[in-house]
Ligand binder design. Sequence first.
Ligand code: FA5
Length: 356
Amino acid sequence: MTGPLENLDAVVEELLDQLAAFTSVEELDAHEPVLAGRRSPLAALQKSLGGLDPEARRDAGARLQAARTRVEAAVEGHRRRLAAAERERRLEADRLDLGDVVAGAVPDTLRAGHPGLVARTQAELEDVFVAMGFRVAEGPEVESDWYNFEALNIPPAHPARGMWDTFYVDLGEPETVVLRTHTSPTQVHLMEAAVRDGSLPIHSVMPGRCYRRDTPDARHLAAFHQVEGLVVDRGITFADLAGVIETFTRAYFGTDVDTRLRPSYFPFTEPSAEFEITCQICRGAGCRTCSHTGWIELGGCGMLDPAVLEAVGIDPDEWSGFAFGFGIDRCAQMRHEIADMRALTENDARFLEQFS
Ligand code: FA5
């Protein structure tokens, strides 16, 4: 046969060969115009039929249409096969063989979670205090102004309120509600309960989360954790307090870490002190973390102010005591030599995995 369609069969075979070589739907889609669309050799042949007489053009047009239909059907069939194969491959890659998991052969890519560093540090600190004879108690994170401040000898407008930048939950009547700025209000709950139950003396520690409108930096977070300590008993002196601080720091940080007490002020203790340890990042040489002082403050402490005992109905002539409160995040930071406390909250798996 001569004429514009004399090579039609060869053209179709060539197109089908090209089609068979495509191995992905994406590749096939990109080439479809060349196989069966506007840029296909079949489209060019269509144009060449214009010079034929009407009858010959009709026959040639029908042959060409049959050829196009064949190629289009082949393209569609190949696309379906490729899509099915791709779906199969995806499913195979996502397959979780529960048989393997049950047998204990968990794939390497699945990693078990673990308690975070702060939770772990809290548990370790609780162990230290329990070994020293303390009980562990807890208090609410949302407190009334009375517990967070007033019962601790900090009336409204007292300048000491400036020591704690407070998140207010409710400024309304009858009472103002705050996110506790420290664990000290739990002291008040414990003393009230002991008076109610007649269960004095108290030797307790109270760990928990606290909140302050502090701008996060190398040593501060807006949500952090403290351990409060409270002892109410007969004949308690400052030497008992200093002994407890010394024993806990040596038990938790080791005997080669220096501790010091420095005079300070808290409205609910008198006398009051801050306790510090040698900065573990620079070993006392001075660095960014310790603001180049060589020391890191862990917490505050002091002898219970008689006004606080009286406010909860404990007779200060019969009972005395001490309290302390220190940062759990700060302890974790020093123990594990973390230069910037913000690393504790950033959820960077490379950081977290070090403490699994
Ligand atoms: C207090 O909060 C007192 N309630 C402590 C206290 C208790 C004194 C009982 C006397 C008797 P201070 O604001 O200094 O004190 O905080 C104590 C410790 O909590 C700090 O030394 C630090 O270790 C930790 N801390 C305080 N603010 C932050 C913060 N924004 N981020 C991380 N840790 C903090």
